[in-house]
Write a protein that binds this ligand. Structure first.
Ligand SMILES: Cc1cc2nc3c(=O)[nH]c(=O)nc-3n(C[C@H](O)[C@H](O)[C@H](O)COP(=O)(O)OP(=O)(O)OC[C@H]3O[C@@H](n4cnc5c(N)ncnc54)[C@H](O)[C@@H]3O)c2cc1C
Length: 429
């Protein structure tokens, strides 16, 4: 069982984290949630609000997975953009998913207000174009979002404005999304833990779920030292799922992404760089995503790797990317580097659904889950107490394919595709 990685976030939570018991002996409840990240905690909160007896089991510490390691960036939409859904499934379903994604962004603010979560939330995010072609795509996309989805939060930034807002001359222009934002992910996750506890959710950590048995009336969730008998369960393990044999694992590809965090910027640099405290993501295939922390450190993510073990190479690659965007930060010391796993689906749309009428799951946020995980949990909880909702039906209409080759060949395939995309980036295709 593992502690938090040595990230800036984990070093920065003070006394917010309190320990929870291991699961020992036998327990019973209405809903058992496996996985203590944003999705699992959200499911637990929503189910407890409905008066259900809920237990959450986390194998390490709450917020240990992607939820406690991410860039903290809050964006609506799905990873590859709503047009992917529109092209394949039509405008009606696309509008439904769009609305759900917008509700997921609002849900973060609602929860911060409702539970008094202090997580350094800031508003506004810039999508920055790394080529003239990409800028044109942004412009067209803005028009399309206004016309088709009535989304009016997008403001075009020309080269001058984007240079000023970001403090870098790398970009051709961009779009400011006033509905986007960023937060401190572990603080938010631990805020959700506290909220769940207030709602009488029973929380267990350092307890690996090793087996799930279904009987005619219940589901048994087993760990090495204990067992929970639940009427229904929600599996929210995302990229860290392993060996639970539910038939959902091959639909995702775990993939590592890395973040470097610098020492705090000097007062002078603070005036130049991200003066309005927006977060940024750019159009590189190895998407660079960055922002300032509350303590004015640069938190810069980007390099996608295929293992959490090859840190040195990725540290160099991420640092190279950072220097490319901000040559004036090249002398800054890197105080932290950490990685985490994201779960890609083939079409980059989350995979939210039911294995059967007792086992529900949410996974495959494809690196775009800070917001969507919240609504995923809400959808799971609602469906565990009612007839199928139209939100779950919407996600079920989107079909997810298995990655070919199973665990062994999924990775080489993605590496090949990624290398091709990276070359296209280099040549500005
Ligand atoms: C480095 C990084 C940067 C990212 N940046 C962004 C970003 O800026 N914006 C954005 O929108 N998204 C981002 N993401 C993606 C986002 O963090 C995820 O989509 C989201 O956190 C997924 O939440 P989750 O609860 O589904 O999964 P996780 O947070 O991974 O939680 C799953 C939990 O399940 C537990 N678990 C697994 N198996 C078991 C078991 N057998 N028994 C008990 N527990 C188990 C794990 O320990 C883990 O804690 C990033 C991800 C990473 C890794």
């Amino acid at each position: 069982m593992e502690n938090y990685p040595d990230s800036y976030y984990a070093q920065n939570i003070g006394t917010l984290k309190k320990p929870y018991d291991q699961l020992i002996d036998n327990h019973e409840c209405d809903i058992c949630v496996v996985g203590g990240g944003f999705s699992g905690l959200s499911t637990a909160i929503e189910a407890a609000k409905k008066g259900l007896k809920v237990i959450v089991i986390e194998q390490n510490l709450f917020g240990w997975g992607a939820s406690g390691r991410n860039g903290g960036q809050i964006w609506n939409d799905v990873s590859w953009g709503i047009d992917v859904i529109e092209k394949k499934y039509g405008i009606k379903l696309a509008r439904q998913i769009w609305d759900i994604s917008q509700a997921s962004v609002d849900l973060i603010d609602d929860r911060i207000r409702e539970f008094g979560i202090e997580c350094d939330k800031k508003n506004g995010g810039i999508s920055a174009a790394t080529s003239a072609v990409k800028l044109r795509e942004y412009e067209e996309n803005r028009e399309y979002k206004i016309k088709t989805y009535n989304y009016n939060n997008l403001e075009l930034l020309d080269k001058n404005s984007v240079d000023k807002e970001i403090g870098s001359s790398l970009y051709y222009g961009g779009v400011l999304d006033k509905g986007a934002g960023h937060l401190h992910p572990i603080k938010y996750a631990l805020g959700l833990v506290k909220a769940a506890e207030k709602l009488n959710v029973k929380l267990y950590e350092r307890s690996v779920v090793t087996k799930i048995n279904q009987t005619s009336h219940a589901v048994e969730v087993l760990t090495d030292r204990g067992m929970v008998k639940a009427k229904k369960i929600a599996v929210c393990c995302n990229a860290y799922i392993k060996g639970l044999n539910l038939g959902i694992e091959n639909r995702i590809m775990p993939c590592a992404t890395y973040i470097v965090c610098t020492e705090p910027l000097s007062q002078n640099l603070q005036r130049e760089i991200l003066p309005n405290d927006y977060c940024v993501s750019d159009t590189n295939f190895d998407l660079n995503y960055y922002r300032l922390s509350d303590s004015k450190r640069m938190i810069f993510g980007g390099a996608v790797g295929y293992s959490l073990k090859i840190v040195e190479g990725l540290k160099k690659r991420t640092k190279r990317q950072l220097n490319k965007v901000y040559p004036n930060l090249s002398e800054l010391k890197i105080d932290y580097i950490w990685g985490g796993l994201i779960a890609l689906t083939m079409n980059r749309v989350p995979d939210i659904g039911m294995v059967n009428d007792k086992i529900y799951y949410a996974q495959g946020f494809s690196g775009h889950g800070v917001a969507l995980t919240g609504i995923a949990g809400k959808i799971l909880a609602e469906n565990m107490v009612s007839e199928k909702t139209k939100e779950l039906e919407a996600f079920e209409k989107i079909k997810h394919k298995n990655f070919p080759g199973g665990r062994l060949f999924r990775m080489p395939l993605l590496v090949t595709i990624s290398s091709m995309q990276r070359m296209m980036d280099i040549f500005n295709v």
